[in-house]
Design a protein around this ligand. Structure first.
Ligand code: TXA
Ligand code: MG
Length: 340
């Protein structure tokens, strides 16, 4: 069990931030809350410290990390160039859930970027994260604070369960408000390109830079993997086998699995599917009913997947979600979770 310190998510106690900064300055790893998910932080410009993140997560060293900054001024010190589009996007969305992939400056170590010539930068919209970066006085490298390929953590308890003693200190600032990771946008080329759908919608990006491109890739597409080695298909997956089912088929799919002798869990959002699950009630080991709006659903999604996993069932049936803008990132994560 790692050390856990409670911290006020709105007005972080200076002594807690000082203690976390001290652990980082000693070369330790600190998990901290952001508005998207919890991050596993180390000082981002120090290769031996960054290397510890990969060991703790069991993550391949070729997967690039995001460097977290306080503001655009700090970001510019890490970028070889910052285009006018990048500036416009940063001033509109930072601090917030947008990661900009830019050409990296010489001071950014290979270890932080998996050897790529670019680096991902983001200023998180969370008082604890911002206070911690400011106290350290340097950017913090931080992937999501989960073991490699597991579901991202939206609470301190998820971090403790996934990483245990491999993290030196966990700052517990309560549940993450957005609950889904940042949108990753590559602005190194002439056309800004989405590498990962996330908490900033495609429409919001296009309102600032109309040319933003998003190729709805088949999950597992080799082209995506080349552009962003961390985006392998199997990410964001619970341990349990997941199947997506259209709303009208959730009940039938569960019944069939039960007839085959499987234990089952279900995640639904519509009245129709929730009722179908209820009709099977005691035979469904975990029935999770979610908010029916995209943002509310996103905020609850990873906790639901952690919860369903804990039930250790043979099959998790997840009701498919609507095909519109506010569900963009949720659809992406569910498709990955269901990817065999
Ligand atoms: O919301 C978030 O982004 C959270 C919080 C902690 O900030 N962080 C996060 O980090 O999700 P991680 O490492 O789990 O995911 C970062 C994603 C990976 O898919 C990685 O491949 C991509 O961003 N990425 C980072 N730097 C990149 C680069 N230079 N080029 C291409 N993709 C990059
Ligand atoms: Mg991750």
């Amino acid at each position: 069990m790692p050390r856990v310190l409670a911290v006020d998510p709105k007005e972080p106690q200076p002594e807690v931030i000082r203690e976390a900064a001290r652990v980082l300055a000693g070369g330790g790893l600190v998990a901290f809350p952001t508005e998207t998910v919890y991050g596993l932080g180390a000082r981002g410009l120090r290769p031996e410290e960054v290397a510890r993140i990969f060991v703790a997560k069991g993550r391949p060293t070729a997967h690039p990390l995001i460097l977290h900054v306080t503001d655009v001024a700090m970001a510019r010190t890490l970028a070889a160039s910052f285009t006018p589009e990048a500036s416009r996007l940063a001033s509109r969305f930072w601090p917030g859930p947008l990661t900009l992939v830019v050409p990296r400056a010489a001071q950014v170590p290979d270890g932080a970027t998996g050897g790529l010539p670019s680096v991902g930068l983001r200023a998180p919209a969370h008082p604890v994260a911002l206070a911690l970066i400011a106290a350290v006085g340097e950017p913090l490298a931080a992937p999501s604070a989960n073991a490699h390929l597991h579901v991202s953590p939206t609470t301190a308890a998820h971090v403790v369960r996934s990483l245990g003693d491999r993290v030196d200190l966990v700052l517990d600032g309560g549940p993450s408000a957005r609950g889904i990771e940042s949108t990753v946008l590559d602005v190194t080329g002439p056309v800004p390109t989405v590498l990962r759908p996330g908490a900033v919608s495609l429409e919001a990006l296009r309102a600032v830079v109309p040319a933003v491109r998003w190729a709805e890739t088949t999950i597992g597409d080799p082209e995506t993997k080349r552009a962003s080695p961390g985006l392998a298909a199997k990410h964001y997956a619970p341990r349990t086998r997941v199947e997506l089912a259209p709303s009208v088929e959730v009940g039938a799919r569960l019944s069939r699995a039960l007839d085959e002798g499987l234990t089952v869990a279900a995640i639904t959002w519509s009245d129709e599917a929730t009722k179908a699950v209820r009709a099977l009630a005691p035979r469904v080991a975990r029935a999770i009913s979610m908010p029916s709006d995209g943002e509310g659903y996103a905020a609850a999604l990873f906790a639901a997947l952690h919860d369903a996993d804990a039930a250790e069932v043979g099959l998790l049936v997840v009701e498919a979600v609507p095909d519109d803008a506010t569900w963009w990132a949720v659809r992406d994560r569910l498709a990955r979770a269901a990817h065999a």
